[in-house]
Design a protein around this ligand. Structure first.
Ligand code: AMP
Length: 279
């Protein structure tokens, strides 16, 4: 497995490949867990060369302490990637990616960026768009793998790729969960014991919302979820929304032939957790 920190080294390797070599790419921020590895395994099955990037992107953090506290486990990450038969890992520094100007481009994602996470993490999706576009220019993947865990991010990347004709296929991947249903996340390691025990309520609530969606209207489901979390003092509900899967607009009424999804964000102490489910 090759490990490169320089853009030039990655570009040289990509340029040396036979034109028919298919490249599968998994961008990550490291602190890898089985959820990330499930994306790498899918990329491994579908491509000749698998590239993973590990880069904690400063421009997508709206809180400085979140960036500083982001877990870093590079030794363990590399050994997990080796075991998953990854071919190349790109581990640039912020200076390598941004030279001396650590700032994001401003994008329009047709309003997708103003919903949910956009309301609570200002500038976040400009940071994501900036870095993903730059990584695509360097790696030139045929396919790029993104988890449905960050469903809004996935839709935003699809929107960017389509509008800017970036020539990469975006492959959505299922959410990988702990045995008690909690969606795997690099942030889970920062949960206290008590918050970790309370956290499975998030997915339980999503599963209940899915069942209720067959017979109840969205507004009453939202009200029900709020009252569930009012009773759980360890979990502070930031938002729960039922939205159209394509536009991410919250809905009041269902229509036929539309796909809907429930989205949730919860603060468990100082750790912010997100999850979602197809309805
Ligand atoms: P991150 O390192 O958090 O930026 O995540 C890198 C990629 O892994 C993103 O496409 C995430 O959506 C995806 N990912 C993170 N957690 C999971 C999970 N539990 N299941 C599936 N994909 C995930």
């Amino acid at each position: 497995m090759l490990v490169f920190a320089k853009i030039k080294s990655v570009k040289q390797k990509i340029a040396s490949l036979n034109k028919s070599t298919s490249i599968g790419f998994v961008p990550t921020m490291g602190a890898l867990h089985q959820g990330h590895i499930s994306l790498v395994e899918r990329a491994r099955k579908e491509n000749d060369l698998v590239v993973v990037s590990i880069f904690v992107n400063p421009t997508q953090f709206n809180k400085a302490e979140d960036l500083v506290n982001y877990p870093k486990t590079i030794g363990k990450d590399l050994s997990m990637l080796r075991n998953a038969f990854c071919d190349l890992v790109f581990t640039p520094t912020a200076k390598e990616m941004y030279t001396n100007n650590i700032s994001a481009e401003t994008f329009s994602f047709d309003g997708l960026e103003h919903e949910m996470e956009g309301k609570f993490r200002s500038g976040h999706f400009d940071g994501v768009g900036t870095i993903v576009k730059r990584l695509f220019e360097i790696v030139e993947p045929n396919r790029a793998y993104f988890g449905e865990k960050d469903f809004q991010q996935l839709q935003i990347i699809k929107n960017m790729v389509q509008k800017q004709k970036l020539g990469v296929r975006i492959i959505p991947c299922d959410i990988f969960r702990e045995s008690d249903g909690l969606a795997m996340s690099s942030r889970n390691a920062r949960l206290s014991k008590a918050h970790r025990s309370a956290a499975p309520l998030i997915y339980k609530t999503l599963q209940k919302a899915k069942i209720d969606f067959a017979t109840s209207d969205p507004e009453s489901i939202v009200a029900g979820v709020k009252s569930i979390f009012e009773k759980e003092s360890l979990l502070d509900l930031e938002y729960f929304e039922i939205a159209d899967e394509l536009t991410l607009q919250p809905i009041k009424k269902k229509s036929a032939n539309q796909d809907y999804r429930a989205f949730i964000a919860v603060n468990a102490g100082t750790v912010r957790l997100i999850d979602n489910i197809g309805l």
